[in-house]
Ligand binder design. Structure first.
Ligand SMILES: Cc1ncc(COP(=O)(O)O)c(C=O)c1O
Length: 294
């Protein structure tokens, strides 16, 4: 697979894309990033993802040096150079290159954009669903590294994924350090109980997903009762339906959590399916506007 890379404004092939071993993203995970994608040569919710990128920077005490409109132009130019109409885009801003010490003086930041073909998930993950595991690895406490900062340090999530895979599941759900449900390794988690849709409140310690915000809006405009609140692991186990959200996966059902089976086909999860349909329509409407097309 070929990935087109933009390093500080220069578009490079995968083979020629190189960055210094003194970059703080490499040395310390001292970076922030965001991920979005395009459909029919038009980016999906790019404004929301860039708002979050700026917010992640704020949460790690970093002011992004590159003007936002320059970054947008680089993303569009790199996507165009890739020749692809459906791309996955990852934007990373690192605090720059420094000596081997951790002090956060002013450095020249590195801005890297990766463009590759958008991920095609196995269709069975939408018809049957995902198998998740509630792992023992807790999500970072908000007072240590706030999960709402999408930082370049994903070791917490990597270790959770490792634990889930070792138990035979596809992916992991983490609790916070109080044992309340927080989020997945790269997605937000949702449950349906007695016709109500529930998702952990952001105080539970999670990344405020762009998709999560859109699904909250969809519930509001379709008179679906939604609660953002603390969710116990027992409530998640006892749910009628469970699903996850992320930009690249959209709304993906969960058929199994450890040994608990919810539903193995779409007829058995009416609310998840209705939300999924509305979300797909929302994206189509957004794409039709072509705000960020290339
Ligand atoms: C830890 C974590 N939580 C949630 C999400 C979902 O966020 P979004 O819907 O913006 O992709 C992601 C994906 O980026 C993530 O990495």
């Amino acid at each position: 697979m070929s990935i087109t890379v933009n390093i500080n404004g220069e578009i490079l092939s995968q083979e020629n894309a190189k960055i210094s071993v003194f970059d703080r993203g490499f040395l310390f995970g001292d970076s922030i990033y965001d991920v979005t994608y395009s459909q029919s040569n038009s980016f999906v919710f790019l404004d929301e993802h860039l708002d979050r990128l700026w917010n992640s920077a704020r949460l790690i005490g970093m002011e992004i040096q590159l003007p936002r409109e320059v970054l947008v132009q680089r993303i569009l130019d790199t996507a165009k150079a890739s020749g692809l109409d459906e791309v996955y885009a990852r934007i990373i801003v690192t605090r720059g290159e420094s000596d081997l010490n951790i002090s956060t003086d002013q450095y020249q930041q590195n801005v890297v954009i990766y463009i590759k073909p958008n991920i095609k998930y196995d269709p069975a993950l939408y018809t049957r669903g995902l198998h998740l595991s509630l792992v023992s690895r807790a999500r970072n406490d908000r007072r240590s590294l706030d999960p709402n900062a999408k930082s370049g340090n994903y070791l917490n999530n990597i270790l959770a994924l490792q634990e889930a895979r070792n138990s035979g599941a596809d992916d992991a759900v983490m609790t916070n350090t109080n044992g309340e449900v927080a989020e997945g390794t790269t997605f937000n988690i949702w449950m349906v109980k007695d016709g109500k849709v529930l998702t952990p409140h952001h105080d539970s310690g999670l990344l405020r997903g762009v998709t999560r915000a859109k699904v909250i809006d969809i519930c509001g405009s379709n008179d679906v009762v939604l609660e953002e609140r603390t969710i116990t692991t027992q409530e998640l186990i006892d749910a009628d339906e469970v699903f996850i959200t992320s930009a690249t996966k959209g709304i993906m059902p969960v058929y199994k959590l450890d040994s608990k089976i919810y539903a193995e086909n779409s007829d058995q999860r009416p609310i998840t399916e209705a939300l999924r349909k509305s979300y797909i329509e929302l994206i189509q409407e957004h794409i039709n506007k072509g705000t960020y097309s290339y």
